[in-house]
Design a protein around this ligand. Structure first.
Ligand SMILES: CC(C)(COP(=O)(O)OP(=O)(O)OC[C@H]1O[C@@H](n2cnc3c(N)ncnc32)[C@H](O)[C@@H]1OP(=O)(O)O)[C@@H](O)C(=O)NCCC(=O)NCCS
Length: 206
């Protein structure tokens, strides 16, 4: 679990966010959002997000409730073991759970593993408010400042333009030489072609 508090004057802007970490609780706040550990009450709204065909347009398939629950368990275990995960995101003004944003270990089968990726998935009704980018800036700053990550990666299907726009708003750069075919997606599938974006420490996100 994370034990460090944000270091002041890191030049990452992390001091703009409030972070409190202890054995069973993670919380990182931005102006409008909290990135936090996962709660039992998140299971139903997260299953609804993962079952929404529009949210899951750029994934091979939507998830069942059991698959959605299993993902929460993987994320919470990653947080417990490594001090980061795709965190649950809560809207501060309402307390509503709205999806996840956070840092995940790049799966070993990908050509650029090992590494740390930043990723996001929000309920459709919370798109178009700048929430994904706001939470991702905080996640990336946490990665650089508290985890000592040297470069944050992000990848998605080439056709997932909404997600690529978040990467670009974060200041990440894309090199066509890094483009790759996702090994878990069948040849000829429209989602197989993937793009990789990078943000080195020192490049201020956002
Ligand atoms: C990818 C995803 C998170 C992007 O969400 P998003 O809301 O479009 O992204 P942001 O949070 O950066 O919001 C930016 C939008 O909010 C608008 N906005 C409104 N108020 C804003 C504010 N106060 N501050 C910033 N932006 C604001 C921006 O103009 C922008 O709109 P535009 O894209 O029409 O130009 C969302 O589409 C999603 O969850 N998709 C499904 C899951 C997925 O594909 N994940 C990625 C897999 S790799």
């Amino acid at each position: 679990m994370p034990s460090a508090v944000p270091e002041p004057n890191t030049g990452t802007g992390q001091e703009e966010n409030r972070y409190s970490g202890q054995m069973s609780e993670f919380r990182l706040e931005t102006a409008r959002l909290a990135l936090r550990d996962w709660h039992e009450a998140d299971r139903a709204p997260f299953a609804a997000i993962n079952a929404d065909p529009t949210v899951m347009e750029f994934f091979p398939k939507a998830l069942s409730a059991a698959e959605s629950d299993a993902l929460i368990d993987v994320f919470q275990a990653e947080l417990d073991e490594n001090g980061h995960c795709p965190w649950a995101v809560e809207e501060l003004s309402t307390g509503a759970f709205i999806g996840f944003v956070g840092l995940h270990a790049v799966p070993a089968q990908l050509p650029f593993a090992p590494g740390t990726e930043v990723g996001w998935r929000l309920a459709r009704s919370y798109w178009g408010r700048g929430y994904a980018t706001e939470a991702a800036v905080a996640a990336v700053q946490f990665g650089f400042g508290s985890l000592g990550v040297d470069v944050v990666l992000s990848f998605t299907s080439a056709v997932n333009l909404s997600s690529r726009r978040v990467m670009e708003r974060l200041g990440m750069s894309h090199d066509e030489a890094d483009d790759f075919d996702h090994p878990n997606i069948a040849e000829g599938h429209p989602l197989r072609a993937h793009v990789l974006y990078r943000l080195p420490r020192g490049d201020r996100p956002g």
